[in-house]
Design a protein around this ligand. Structure first.
Ligand code: C5P
Length: 407
């Protein structure tokens, strides 16, 4: 297969060497088209040596071969890795002011884009809109992953790993929709949630003990935020009920901050009727302190032991499914510490039935897995208890897999 790999000017360009190498080793004819900025990160000799083909960035080289359109016309697949925010903006607007731009514009080949940028840039409404445009035109967006970025910051924006990009690209080129499969890449759905209203809950509720303390859980809100962003990128109008997130609340979606299970319950019941899809990714406290002290509890008054009495919180998800309006899709999560797959599935099946959800997303949590992690491993079952998807990968790619099912 004739593959063009476009490389744009971000530090993740060094990881794109792995993408080119994997494609060459898989037997494909690879032409690398770096931008001028990309060459400041990884030099031309590296691209020529790895791709085993001459490399140029200029539309004025090899003019007799009409190279500025020839590369695109001959391509069976175009992969852009990394795709910076600027490159994505240019692609979305058909700007062809360099060899990569003309190549993409002159091509009918499937386009696979692996974004890499800082979280604020990825979540900026301009980028969200550009990504949506590219998806609507049939482009496939792989990642970005959620993790450590170049500076001290971390969050969504890290380029997906080369093997993930290559797996997704080859799946797209072979016409398979497996791009969102267990390889962990995003799917190529095109604005498939346009016009839909999606309500996502994220984070963990905190139940006050006194003015300075609470009963809480370790949910970071990453998976819920990834779902909200992925739904927005696929065209949905998204409302995020955010309970004590450890990560920045996303821009480009409507965010309602909540603290306790009761606040989340009230907001969810009020918002749900206006939404076509409800995704309950939040970790809701099952119990809350019976009494909330109005002043800070003092150890001098308590002695060596302090007993907290807790009472059961209402099950919000059950209330939402009981009030489900026609056509509404409701999805629950089940975080379990159970390690045995069959036992985990049995718990999930019972829960799906008890809660009356359309889909239940099962994931394992533990001291290191699930909550605070950058990645997730899920099994999704439907109302009848059948397994409808399994996915492993970044929380962004897992979000896309769940949204494939919603779609
Ligand atoms: O029963 P369990 O807590 O395992 O169920 C998890 C699912 O139910 C999640 O989707 C969670 O958001 C939701 N839930 C809820 N209200 C509760 C407890 C959990 O909506 N009180």
């Amino acid at each position: 297969m004739n593959v063009v790999v476009g490389v744009t000017g971000g530090i993740a360009a060094y990881k794109a060497v792995g993408v080119v190498r994997a494609l060459v080793l898989a037997g494909h004819e690879v032409h690398v088209v770096p931008t001028e900025a990309a060459l400041r990160f990884v030099g031309l000799p590296t691209w020529e040596a790895i791709s085993r083909n001459p490399v140029t960035t200029s539309v004025f080289d090899d003019v007799s071969e009409v190279r500025h359109v020839g590369l695109g016309q001959r391509a069976d697949l175009i992969v852009i890795a990394p795709a910076t925010a600027a490159a994505i903006a240019k692609l979305a607007n058909g700007i062809a002011d360099d060899l990569l731009g003309t190549t993409v514009l002159a091509s009918r080949a499937p386009l696979v884009i692996a974004p890499a940028m800082h979280t604020e840039m990825w979540q900026n409404p301009a980028t969200v809109a550009n990504i949506r445009t590219l998806r609507e035109r049939g482009g496939t967006i792989v990642g970005p992953a959620d993790g450590q970025l170049t500076g001290a910051d971390s969050g969504p924006g890290r380029m997906s790993e080369p093997d993930e990009i290559v797996a997704a690209a080859l799946a797209v080129a072979s016409g398979s929709s497996a791009a969102g499969s267990t390889a962990g890449a995003s799917s190529s759905s095109t604005g498939d949630l346009a016009g839909r209203r999606v309500l996502v809950t994220a984070g963990g509720t905190r139940e006050p003990i006194d003015p300075v303390r609470f009963v809480g859980n370790r949910s970071s809100g990453r998976q819920g935020v990834a779902l909200a962003l992925a739904a927005a990128a696929r065209g949905a109008d998204v409302t995020l009920l955010a309970a004590n997130l450890d990560v920045a609340a996303p821009t480009g979606v409507r965010v309602v901050a909540v603290g306790t299970a009761e606040e989340l319950r009230r907001a969810a019941l009020a918002e749900s009727p206006d939404h076509d899809v409800v995704i309950m990714a939040a970790a809701v406290a099952d119990y809350r302190p019976v009494e909330v002290a109005t002043a800070k509890i003092k150890k001098d008054d308590q002695g060596d032991e302090l007993a907290l009495r807790l009472s059961r919180n209402p099950d919000i998800l059950r209330e939402l499914t009981a009030a489900r309006r026609a056509g509404q899709t409701i999805i629950g999560f089940a975080a379990e510490t159970e390690t045995n797959r069959d036992a985990q599935l049995a718990l999930g099946r019972a829960k799906a039935e008890r809660k009356g959800v359309d889909l239940l997303v099962l994931n394992r949590v533990g001291w290191t897995e699930g909550f605070a992690a950058e990645t997730n491993e899920i099994i999704v079952i439907d109302a009848a208890g059948g397994i409808v998807a399994e996915a492993t990968g970044s929380k962004a790619s897992v979000a896309d897999r769940i949204l494939d099912l919603v779609s």
